[in-house]
Design a protein around this ligand. Structure first.
Ligand SMILES: [Zn+2]
Ligand SMILES: [Zn+2]
Length: 64
């Protein structure tokens, strides 16, 4: 999956865990209960990275 930057700037946001779409104001995923804040987890080190970030600020790994 190759989501461009604009994919993260739409009104809907997506669960960082399961990818389910949620309302912009939703705090938790309705499918798996994961927090739906403005952060997601690094694909490698699991540290929080802002939604739309291309690289992890902790380990530098490119985000999917
Ligand atoms: Zn989820
Ligand atoms: Zn990382």
């Amino acid at each position: 999956m190759n989501v461009g930057e604009e994919g993260y700037n739409t009104l809907a946001k997506y669960c960082p865990n399961c990818g389910s779409p949620g309302k912009p104001e939703a705090l938790f995923c309705i499918q798996c209960g994961t927090a739906m804040g403005r952060e997601r987890r690094c694909v490698k080190c699991q540290s929080a990275v802002p939604v739309g970030a291309k690289f992890c600020s902790n380990c530098g790994i490119q985000q999917e």
